[in-house]
Design a protein around this ligand. Structure first.
Ligand code: C2E
Ligand code: MG
Ligand code: MG
Length: 736
């Protein structure tokens, strides 16, 4: 039978053996520190050794006396807590770690012989484990640590269960590692990115679910295969050579790669491959992380398209067109060829948008784009610059004749109605044409000049084409100069109003006057308002200018009244742009109040075309004005197109017979007939007629004979400054 010393030696040997297993030189027991023991998995080794000791002792049926210093030193050096319980659940012995951990750091003497449940924080666990079978193992949580408890029975000489020795091992770190590993495993399998791991020999050892989802290959087909299984054949050998070079040099490669899915589909992937090495620097694995960028690629393509195309019509936009124009000019310059540009603008598109709504406007633009598409050649570029502006770039076999022919075809094609929502819409277009190199040295000049030519086409009555010429640019320049001068004149109040009498020839009385604007120090040619009013309308400068005119005219009216000069009303010309201001009626009424003039004493003159442009708006505005007694005259009557139905519906007081019909009276039978018809129409509608431009007795006589008695013209007076007008009214106006 082995002696006690034999048992000690045996334990020493076991511990040394254990240290050897751990890769450490055998130590003296006191050199065993906790860290060293816990560092590697302490459970398998320490508890294994321990239970072997116990088993050995049991086998030899020998009582272990723990009081022996050497054994105590060994046990105290253990990272684990050791507690020996007798069958009454009294503590028989314990080591240092147990005192610290389980018994609140008290001395051994105060613990030994006491009942476990009196002194131990964890007596519940302790006793539960003790009751379990020999070698039972139990994991519990003690003071925030994960602890494994292993129990072994110690038998007495008769082989009866005498005590239980229990080992408490802190496995917190191991548990943590386990949890981390579990987390990594979760991440690995649930990651949206595919992860493919190969060994150093490039054989796939593991893939996550995402790889299968992305490539369509099940895991079983991938593991053991080579990544070349996914090769799309799309990349040159040089691509892979560079990739491997980077992997060898940097241990890392990232890039976009096209793989092939199991169903043959191309897979654009963003891939990151990292080489994995062991501590000795030997290559062990490659880890490849792949992201499916199919949708990113699609979005990119779509964004690219959107950046270069007009969403509504799908035509190239300004950006792409600019690019193409630029390149076309480069090529043409190099090869000595021509390039033509057609600048197309729809006529009165705003009216469609305004009256039928933007949705109809948009639909019309789509129809226009389709029609234009049908007219251009494959080699031409048709683009939408924005709004109702389209351009065509002609590149091959271009001459002025071919460009002009295409422009004509377009103008003609626009004569056919466009069908929008089942309704026929008519819209014309104005086209400006330029040719490289004749009409512009670069893209910017060519486009600008085409735009200028297009404007000329508009000015020339729309619905046609104009080829650019240098004079057009001059015209455009003088227009800009005029605009500057006009703005300055409005700002500085450089305008005056002149007044032309309107005479009732039956009584010879000046019943009214028309206010006509003059620009005394305006540039040469600005004597006639027709030379600057259209531009002021185009630039909307007419809005502030028109307001000034109204205020000035009403102020004058008031001044005359105060001076005892009484007119029935004053007549003021109003432009379409003013009328379209939403607050126009309010503005007029405010000005009447401001100047102290009654509504009945103001007449506004509108041309027929203004009325017909937006009949609903006009009807609304005129009704508002009528409620305040304001009179309405239709100016230049007979030169526009008006519908008699509307004339009847709108609150109108006067028709002014245009002076072009008066001029050749009584010599021209046509004019006589027209003037007569207008007078008859006025009478039928219950309106007054005013004849404009009366210069001679014959004209007066003829029109008076037709029943018109209100007359305006040089025969009575030119438009006069206010003072001259006042003097004239004081004296009889009708020539003898
Ligand atoms: P309108 O309203 O038809 O004005 C009548 C034009 O005929 C005036 O020309 C007047 O001077 C001219 N006139 C009058 N009697 C005779 C005549 O016996 N013979 C000839 N040959 N001409 C005569 P003006 O002042 O040059 O105005 C031209 C146009 O400019 C006006 O035509 C009107 O459309 C516009 N305009 C004038 N003043 C204003 C204004 O204050 N505001 C706006 N929006 N337009 C104005
Ligand atoms: Mg007028
Ligand atoms: Mg007139």
């Amino acid at each position: 039978m082995p002696s006690k010393e034999d048992a000690f030696r045996y334990i020493r040997a076991k511990i040394d053996e254990l240290l050897t297993v751990m890769g450490t030189q055998p130590l003296r027991p006191e050199e065993l520190d906790d860290e060293t023991l816990i560092e590697l998995d302490p459970i398998g080794i320490v508890s294994g050794a321990f239970s072997q000791v116990i088993a050995h002792l049991n086998e030899t049926n020998h009582r272990l006396n723990l009081a022996t210093d050497e054994i105590r030193a060994i046990l105290d050096a253990l990272g684990a807590a050791v507690v020996v319980l007798d069958l009454d659940e009294r503590i028989d012995d314990c080591n240092r770690r147990a005192l610290d951990w389980l018994f609140g750091g008290v001395e051994r003497e105060r613990i030994v012989g006491r009942y476990a449940d009196e002194v131990c924080d964890a007596s519940g666990e302790l006793l539960a484990v003790r009751k379990a079978a020999d070698g039972a193992s139990h994991e519990v949580c003690l003071h925030g640590h994960d602890v494994q408890i292993v129990a072994s029975r110690i038998l007495d000489e008769a082989g009866r269960h005498a005590r239980t020795v229990m080992l408490f091992v802190d496995i917190t770190r191991q548990k943590q590692n386990e949890r981390h590993l579990q987390l990594y495993a979760e991440v690995f399998s649930h990651l949206g990115e595919g992860i493919l791991i190969t060994d150093a020999d490039s054989r796939i050892v593991e893939v996550n679910a995402a790889v299968s989802r992305i490539t369509g290959f099940p895991r079983e087909e991938l593991v053991g295969a080579r990544p070349s299984l996914l090769n799309s054949g799309l990349h040159e050998p040089a691509f892979f050579r560079d990739m491997w070079q980077a992997l060898h040099r940097d241990g890392y490669w990232q890039g976009e790669i096209f793989d092939r899915a199991r169903d043959g589909r191309m897979l654009p992937l963003l891939q990151t491959i990292s080489a994995v090495r062991d501590p000795a620097g030997r290559l062990t694995h490659y880890i490849s992380v792949m992201t499916d960028i199919t949708s990113i690629k699609e979005t990119q393509t779509r964004l690219d398209f959107l950046a270069h195309h007009d969403v509504l019509t799908g035509l190239p936009n300004r950006l792409l067109f600019g690019d193409r124009l630029h390149h076309a000019i480069e090529r043409a310059r190099r090869d000595g060829l021509a390039v033509a540009l057609l600048f197309i603008d729809l006529d009165h598109f705003k009216n469609i948008n305004g009256s039928l709504g933007h949705q109809v406007g948009d639909q019309l633009l789509v129809e226009v784009a389709n029609r234009l598409r049908g007219l251009v050649r494959q080699s031409d570029t048709l683009a939408r610059l924005g709004g109702d502006e389209f351009v065509v770039l002609m590149e091959s076999r271009v001459s002025h004749a071919t460009a002009s022919k295409l422009a004509d075809k377009m103008v003609t094609a626009f004569r056919q109605p466009f069908v929008v929502n089942g309704a026929d819409l008519y819209i014309g277009c104005s086209i400006g044409v330029t040719l490289f190199p004749d009409d512009g040295a670069d893209a910017v000049a060519l486009l600008k000049n085409a735009d200028t030519a297009m404007y000329r086409a508009k000015e020339a009555g729309r619905d046609g084409q104009v080829r650019y010429s240098a004079e057009l640019s001059e015209m455009a320049h003088s227009k800009i100069a005029l605009d500057h001068a006009l703005r300055a004149a409005v700002r500085d109040g450089r305008f005056v109003l002149h007044y032309q009498p309107i005479v009732d020839i039956r009584s010879g009385r000046v019943v009214s006057c028309e206010a006509l604007i003059r620009w005394p120090d305006g540039p040469a040619g600005s004597e006639c308002p027709n030379s600057f009013i259209p531009l002021a309308e185009e630039t909307r400068l007419i809005v502030p200018l028109g307001e000034w005119i109204l205020r000035e005219a009403l102020g004058q009216m008031r001044a005359w009244q105060t001076a005892g000069l009484t007119l029935d009303y004053i007549s003021v010309n109003i432009s379409a742009v003013q009328l379209a201001q939403a607050d126009f009626p309010d503005r007029v009424i405010a000005l009447l109040h401001e100047c102290g003039v009654a509504g009945e004493q103001l007449q506004i003159e509108l041309t027929e075309n203004v009325l017909m442009r937006d009949i609903e708006l006009c009807s609304w505005v005129l009704t508002q004005l009528r409620e305040h007694g304001i009179r309405v005259a239709i100016d230049d009557f007979g030169t526009g197109y008006s519908s008699l139905t509307y004339l009847k519906q709108l609150p109108i007081d006067n028709l002014k017979i245009d002076r072009s019909f008066v001029r050749d009276i009584p010599g021209d039978p046509n004019d006589c007939a027209i003037a007569g018809a207008v007078i008859g129409l006025a009478r039928a509608l219950g309106l007054d007629a005013i004849a404009e431009g009366i210069e001679s007795q014959e004209q007066e006589d003829y029109l008076a004979g037709m029943g018109c008695s209100l007359m305006q013209g040089h025969r009575y007076a030119h438009a006069l400054p206010a003072d001259d007008f006042a003097r004239l009214v004081a004296a009889p106006a009708v020539p003898a």
